[in-house]
Design a protein around this ligand. Structure first.
Ligand code: ADP
Length: 268
């Protein structure tokens, strides 16, 4: 524990100051703790792919020159592990950037309907083995102050997960509705679902209910934490309802722009 600022008489103005300073110290300590945790999480995540690459390089070194099968196999496995690390690093950068979105400087008004429909159509094309439905309750466009690529990214994360964690029933349902102040976007699947004790943790960085299964599907436990940070950066919220064995609904709510402005088509 660091040295605290000494307490001064309770009625003294300095006592207020010391309380404020102590609160600042506590907050700084939390921040430092979070940074240390992040470094430790990242190191942990990189350890497995690095070990795999090392193993293959050793094999290559020992037998690769004489055995073309070992050679081909090691190169293939090394390449796929390196690609995994590349994705991980890109996603970590995404996560860091998501925390730094200066909402007040975002002057892009995005038509949510258009973005969700486009993503829906893309997924329909990419996953012809799935039944995709879309329940659109909007009468007028829903305009939100958010960068379009960020909104796309959030919906893609949810839809990707819905596909990844579907089981026999290959069905994904999109829903779009709005209230006076907010727009609500839902992505529902009928797949494996999430146990209640894991629900609160799925938004944590690197958290996976089943590590091996997520890894096998190319996951790294960062998608939902990126989605949550982005949604929060724009003043919204993300929630999940789920039942083990019957599927999940992820819902995001974002504040609507109160009055449509002339920035509507700003290219920023
Ligand atoms: P991942 O890359 O592992 O998919 P995410 O951060 O996107 O990482 O999700 C974290 C974990 O939450 C997943 O590993 C999975 O266990 C669980 N999860 C996310 N979406 C769903 C879903 N639609 N159905 C069931 N489980 C899910």
């Amino acid at each position: 524990t660091p040295e605290r600022i000494p307490k001064i008489g309770p009625d003294d103005e300095l006592s207020d100051l010391s309380r404020i300073l102590n609160r600042m110290i506590d907050r700084l300590q939390d921040l430092i703790g979070a940074q240390q945790q992040f470094v430790s999480d990242v190191s942990h995540e990189l350890r497995t792919p690095v070990a795999v690459v090392k193993g293959h390089m050793e094999m290559l070194n020992r037998w690769g020159k004489d055995d073309p099968e070992v050679l081909a196999d090691s190169i293939q496995s090394t390449l796929s592990e390196v690609k995994r690390m590349e994705t991980l690093i890109n996603e970590m950068l995404n996560l860091t950037r998501a925390e730094q979105v200066p909402v007040e400087n975002v002057n892009q008004i995005t038509d949510v309907d258009g973005v969700v429909h486009r993503t829906f159509n893309d997924f329909k094309m990419l996953h012809p083995d799935f039944i995709l439905t879309f329940d659109d309750d909007l009468v007028q466009p829903a305009l939100v102050n958010i960068r379009q690529d960020h909104l796309e990214q959030i919906i893609i994360i949810l839809a990707d997960n819905a596909i990844k964690y579907s089981t026999d029933r290959k069905e994904i349902h999109f829903a779009l509705s709005k209230s006076a102040t907010r727009v609500e976007i839902g992505v529902q699947d009928f797949g494996e679902g999430i146990e209640s004790e894991d629900l609160a943790r799925v938004f944590n960085r690197f958290y996976r209910v089943d590590r091996a299964r997520s890894r096998e599907k190319g996951g790294n436990g960062l998608g939902l934490s990126i989605a949550e940070r982005l949604v929060k950066a724009y003043g919204g919220e993300i929630t999940v309802e789920s039942a083990l064995g019957s599927g999940s609904i992820f819902t995001i709510r974002l504040p609507l722009v109160s009055e449509p402005t002339s920035d509507e088509n700003s290219p920023l």
